[in-house]
Ligand binder design. Structure first.
Ligand SMILES: Nc1nc(=O)c2c([nH]1)NC[C@@H]1CN(c3ccc(C(=O)N[C@@H](CCC(=O)O)C(=O)O)cc3)C=[N+]21
Length: 291
């Protein structure tokens, strides 16, 4: 079997068009332009692309973008102060504090201070709790984007087994919650899972979110399975060139899977589209308008 390629970039661009229309409608009806504030502390080379793509997407979607680029030695108190200001700013509907933060800053403290109603990353414990009990709230962007991709291929997950490799608060856990909400039978696997390849082979839907380049091999994949690759790893090829690869050995797994996301061009662009979507939702809620 040769897998169909799930084109995350195309689906993300289609979402941008829909978001643009809804943002323009909100501006016309309520005079409100959805605003996203991004706080960056220090220089993380991997985040440069992310920030660039985010700025491009906000423009495409007709959203306002507020950038706060702070030096690595910025104190925790200063970052907390900025978050407090953004919490109060009516032009800001979404706040994203880019992770990882420098070691001298307690990220739990910073994330916990973000107004849950502006927490477009969905990282605040209140939003994590809302997701786990099925209340409306912000869903983290990467799992939300991955769920949209899965739905395009397979709208009905009841009776299907989903295996999520990775148990992070940012991807693995919320991904599992979303799949459960959609009636999949869900296994969360991780580094201590016994015979991980065998567990993965039972998956109708396999989501890899571990941050290990090309860890998932062809013989881990059930023939016909949907494979979602959340990993974005920068590696150096034997020829000394930089290259972006996922957590899935793409070429060999594409020969076994039914559908698979590429890296780049898969989950990454969907993460950004969902950040736009969460910001749009937030602005609609703040304006008391219905999407
Ligand atoms: N508070 C917070 N929220 C985040 O969501 C967050 C974060 N911190 N810190 C950094 C990571 C990383 N991340 C990416 C999202 C999209 C692409 C992306 O668009 N990738 C494209 C292009 C990749 C490329 O060409 O380098 C793709 O996969 O096709 C990459 C990386 C979000 N993160």
């Amino acid at each position: 079997m040769v897998a169909s390629v799930i084109d995350g970039k195309k689906i993300a661009n289609e979402l941008h068009v829909e978001i643009r229309a809804k943002a323009d409608a909100l501006a016309a009806s309520h005079g409100v332009v959805p605003g996203l504030a991004v706080v960056l502390v220090g220089e993380d080379p991997a985040s440069a692309v992310y920030v660039r793509n985010k700025v491009k997407a906000t423009a495409e979607c007709g959203l306002k973008s507020f950038e706060f680029k702070l030096p690595a030695e910025t104190s925790e108190a200063e970052v907390l102060g900025i978050v407090e200001r953004l919490n109060k700013d009516p032009d800001v509907h979404g706040i994203l504090v880019q992770l990882p933060l420098p070691k001298h800053i307690d990220s739990d403290k910073v994330l916990g201070l973000i107004d849950p109603d502006k927490d477009v990353d969905g990282f605040h414990p209140l939003n994590a709790g809302r997701l786990s009990v099925g209340l409306p709230g912000f869903v983290p962007c990467t799992p939300r984007g991955s769920a949209i991709l899965i739905e395009k291929v397979q709208p009905d997950l009841s009776g299907l087994h989903a295996v999520v490799i990775g148990r992070s608060n940012i991807v693995g856990k919320p991904m599992a919650q979303l799949l459960l909400q959609k009636n999949a039978t869900v296994t969360i696997a991780h580094s201590r899972t016994k015979d991980l390849p065998a567990v993965c082979r039972t998956a109708d839907i396999l989501v890899a979110a571990v941050g290990r380049p090309e860890m998932v091999k062809a013989d881990w994949v059930k023939p016909g399975a949907i494979v979602i690759d959340v990993g974005i790893n920068r590696i150096t090829t034997p020829e000394g060139k930089g290259k972006l690869v996922g957590d899935v050995a793409y070429a060999e797994c594409a020969e076994v899977a039914g559908a698979i996301t590429p890296v780049p061009g898969g989950v990454g662009p969907m993460t950004i589209a969902c950040l736009m979507l969460n910001t749009l939702d937030s602005a609609y809620r703040a304006a008391g308008a219905t999407v």
